[in-house]
Write a protein that binds this ligand. Structure first.
Ligand code: HEM
Length: 416
């Protein structure tokens, strides 16, 4: 008999660490046993309420009077109870960006974010993603095996973002390095975050002098008249919010395609099949698993649960999507999943993120057409943090192919 996951010293389900990474659904069941909202430990000595009910999540996410995104309301943090080096602070501590603001201030920053993201030419984005994917594939194609995460999915969004931001080549290399440290969530994460912010600062100064057709220049010159600090934090938020979920979404989509006969047997159906896998991954493996931190503006109730003011209330997009109370047989084409969240803070990057994930997935399947999972029956180990549902590693194999051929097709802009 398998024992349920251990509870924290305060008797709460533990939403971080190896046990959670190995059995997230078992921990969501422990949370569900508390009702639509339950207490969880999200990092050592850090507790939060977590919403697992789809209905309660939608109610909260649309209640802009009852809930705020301003992390300066977090009482335990203000009172010094959250360890200064807690790994959750990188994502939850307040910054002057769209993610932590409400009302008019949010509308102003969101206006700038929406406008800048909508200026990305999706055809060009597809080309950048395909070209970057080919470069990464050329690095492993001769060895006949790879780790889809380390060798592909983790790095691809960084290469693409560096180009979207308008980074000169040398700065791109430094940015990828800094982001790798940041998303590693290890001891080097804080330094990675500081390095990334310093590079963005440098880039903002450069693009003020030499504007181009890129996210940085568009953010600087937006009529919302953002300060340097706001520009920096907006860009930090877009890249910080984008890299890991894009990597995770791509990995889960590939995993579904490679593992499930219903997809893999039918790869010739091409784009339609890949789109189906992308949708299924959003329902079953929500890349942003637990996030959307909100703070009740005053003590209130959410579907029978008391929500004290000043406590972070996280939405479990993952648990809400697998909520047993959802009507059966919704079908993956149904878009009521919460992987993108909902309400005013819903992800503003659905189109660019979808383009990147689809282009990355298609390119790898085109170039490594005989790719297979090294062990299709093996469980996929997840990363340990509470926020992302992201594989740690995904070993694959394929027949070795000459890198020369992939580089040639890259230069020619065609498929292998
Ligand atoms: C190109 C890649 C991406 C970019 C640039 C991006 C950017 C952003 C930004 C700026 C926000 C904050 C919006 C606001 O507070 O008004 C956000 C929110 C969010 N994004 Fe994305 N995102 C990307 C990809 C993804 C992916 C792949 C997922 C998962 C499928 C995702 C899920 C979410 C969720 C759940 C939120 C709500 C967070 C919250 O309320 O705290 N994003 N995203």
């Amino acid at each position: 008999m398998t024992l349920p996951p251990a509870l924290s010293s305060r008797g709460c389900p533990v939403l971080h660490g190896a046990d959670f990474a190995a059995r997230p659904e078992a921990v969501y069941d422990q949370l569900r046993a508390q009702g639509p909202v339950g207490w969880a430990e999200i990092a050592p000595a850090v507790n939060a309420l977590v919403v697992t009910s789809h209905r309660a999540a939608v109610t909260l996410l649309n209640d802009t009077n009852g809930y705020s995104k301003d992390a300066r309301r977090w009482k335990d943090l203000n009172n010094g109870y959250v360890p200064a080096d807690s790994p959750v602070l990188a994502m939850m501590a307040w910054r002057p960006s769209v993610l932590y603001t409400d009302g008019q201030e949010h509308a102003r920053l969101r206006w700038a974010m929406d406008d800048c993201l909508s200026r990305i030419d999706l055809h060009e984005l597809r080309e950048i993603t395909e070209r970057s994917a080919r470069t990464l594939i050329a690095g492993v194609t001769e060895q006949g095996h790879a780790d889809l995460m380390a060798d592909f999915a983790d790095t691809l969004p960084m290469l693409v973002f560096a180009e979207l931001l308008g980074c000169p080549e040398e700065m791109s290399r430094r940015m990828v390095h800094a982001c790798q440290a940041l998303i590693g969530a290890g001891p080097e994460a804080a330094q990675g975050g500081a390095d990334f912010a310093a590079i963005l600062q440098e880039l903002i100064h450069l693009r003020r002098r030499q504007p181009g057709q890129d996210l940085t220049s568009w953010m600087i010159s937006h009529p919302a008249r953002l300060s340097n600090d706001e520009c920096l934090n907006q860009l930090f938020c877009a890249v910080g919010a984008g890299i890991v979920p894009v990597a995770a979404w791509m990995a889960w989509s590939l995993w579904l395609l490679l593992r499930d006969d219903a997809y893999a047997g039918n790869l010739s159906a091409g784009t339609v099949t890949i789109r189906k896998a992308l949708e299924k991954a959003l329902w079953e493996y929500s890349p942003m698993a637990n996030f959307s931190a909100h703070y009740a503006t005053k003590e209130s109730w959410l579907q029978g649960a008391v929500i004290p003011a000043g406590v972070p209330v996280l939405i479990s997009h993952a648990a809400a999507n697998t909520d047993p109370a959802l009507p059966p047989g919704l079908g993956y084409g149904n878009r009521s999943h919460l992987a993108w969240s909902t309400g005013p803070h819903r992800c503003p990057a659905v189109s660019p993120a979808t383009t990147m994930v689809q282009a990355g997935t298609e390119t790898i399947l085109n170039l490594l057409w005989d790719i297979e999972l090294a062990d299709p029956a093996a469980d996929v180990p997840l990363r340990h943090g509470p926020f992302h549902q992201c594989p740690q590693a995904m070993p694959v194999r394929f027949r070795p192919k000459p890198a020369e051929r992939i580089i040639r097709t890259t230069n020619a802009g065609g498929t292998a």
